[in-house]
Design a binder for this molecule. Structure first.
Ligand SMILES: Cc1cc2nc3c(=O)[nH]c(=O)nc-3n(C[C@H](O)[C@H](O)[C@H](O)COP(=O)(O)OP(=O)(O)OC[C@H]3O[C@@H](n4cnc5c(N)ncnc54)[C@H](O)[C@@H]3O)c2cc1C
Length: 385
């Protein structure tokens, strides 16, 4: 029986992947400890820094690799997110937020703002995007340029809360609309009990409350640039890549477990493995499609959104299937706190909960009614007669 990983293929020969591979064992060890302590993954983030991942977002003049905002970085980012997602999904979440924040602040920043951003990241700063609204009400920005502004209010579900010094925060301004703010002032973090979730315990996701003085150089872009398409919807491929990494890890651990138990030659186990392998391959192909679309300047925004939305729908379904396949194939021990499968499954199930999945499917269905995805010539005309 060949037990070499089924997903050993790499799309690029990339030094960043090699340096990440060198810290992967330590990252996996940290994942177990961070899950138990439910604390910010300080060691794991420093391993990413050591591997050069956090600074890779910087432009080349700052020693970076333009990761996440230059089309040439697509395959590398895809591999990096999958690799981190396969060992430490909470850290993959935090890293995804870092890449997302850099992309937005870089894209919509002035040249002076870009310099400040690069200096911060070059100095070791970790970024994040805190947009989820608080049930306590909207985050507001008051004041008028060029005078000082005031940022007031709360956000929910802020990953890295209390540890990310300078996150990107969205806020409503009466005249300017929704704006991106990159505050320098500190904020108040909600209690740990706010994240009593079964998984993603090391993501340190909490509420945050700001009451901060903001200068105009901390306000990025124009009204509603945060929601500018296709960047806004297109970026979803990044969390899909991280989730895919966790799904691949689950199937790999299942494979090794069944081989060790001498159950790999059982026809029922092979049937489930076939379904699991096909599910992972389907998800992988869709993440490829989504990531390629999101970097494809030749596509209209609507085309990118259509592709990435479909990828979200399909990948969620495939990974939910993988969760079931793995748990049924390995059985009760997959639920033991001593098993890697238990933690990875908890993290994946939690991270698969993303905004408005029904609305997403509804939009895909509407679009498919409005314009056939692949009309069949002849048949189409015939039906209209
Ligand atoms: C680990 C983790 C870390 C996160 N970190 C961050 C972060 O750093 N920054 C950040 O901004 N956010 C973060 N989030 C939050 C994330 O952006 C979403 O807000 C969150 O995942 C939404 O999940 P939900 O299940 O509550 O979504 P919902 O959209 O509430 O969906 C729940 C269900 O309700 C349905 N539904 C949705 N809207 C309606 C409606 N109007 N009427 C009827 N049904 C509806 C959906 O289809 C679905 O079935 C994080 C989330 C996770 C899991």
């Amino acid at each position: 029986m060949n037990v070499a990983p089924a997903h050993a293929r790499r799309s690029v020969n990339e030094p960043l992947i090699d340096s990440l591979a060198r810290v992967t064992n330590d990252l996996a060890k940290a994942a177990r400890e961070d899950d138990q302590s439910e604390s910010f993954p300080t060691k794991a983030i420093s391993l990413l820094q050591q591997a050069g991942c956090t600074k890779a977002v910087l432009p080349k003049v700052w020693g970076g690799r333009c990761l996440g905002w230059r089309p040439t970085s697509r395959a590398t980012l895809l591999d990096v997110l999958q690799a981190i997602g396969g060992v430490h999904l909470s850290v993959a979440r935090l890293f995804e937020g870092h890449v997302n924040a850099f992309q937005l602040l870089w894209t919509f920043g002035t040249s002076a703002q870009r310099d400040a951003l690069c200096a911060h990241v070059h100095g070791g700063g970790l970024l994040g995007v805190w947009n989820a609204p608080s049930p306590r009400g909207e985050m507001s920005l008051t004041g008028h340029p060029p005078a000082a502004f005031r940022l007031q209010g709360s956000k929910a579900y802020a990953s890295g809360a209390g540890h990310i010094e300078r996150p990107l925060v969205t806020a409503k301004h009466e005249q300017l609309g929704t704006v991106m703010v990159w505050p320098l002032d500190s904020y108040v973090t909600g209690p740990a009990s706010e994240w009593s979730m079964q998984g993603m315990r090391a993501s340190t996701t909490r509420s945050v409350t700001f009451n901060s003085a903001i200068t105009s150089d901390q306000v990025f872009g124009a009204a509603d640039d945060y929601h500018r398409q296709p960047i806004f919807s297109g970026g979803a491929w990044r969390f899909l890549a991280a989730q895919l990494g966790a799904g691949r890890a689950l199937l790999d651990v299942m494979r090794l477990t069944l081989v060790q138990r001498g159950r790999a030659d059982d026809a029922h186990q092979r049937a489930r493995m076939a379904e699991g392998a096909a599910a992972i391959e389907t998800a992988r192909l869709w993440v490829e499609v989504a990531s390629s679309a999101s970097f494809d300047d030749a596509l209209e925004a609507a085309e990118v959104i259509a592709k990435v939305d479909m990828a979200r729908m399909v990948v969620e379904r495939q990974l939910l299937d993988v969760l079931e396949i793995v748990q049924r194939s390995v059985g009760l021990s997959a639920f033991s706190r001593a098993s890697e499968l238990e933690r990875i499954a908890r993290d994946l199930a939690t991270y698969l909960r993303q905004p408005a999945p029904d609305g997403l499917r509804d939009a895909i269905g509407r679009r498919a009614f409005d314009a056939p995805i692949h009309p069949t010539p002849g048949l189409h005309d015939d039906l209209k007669r």
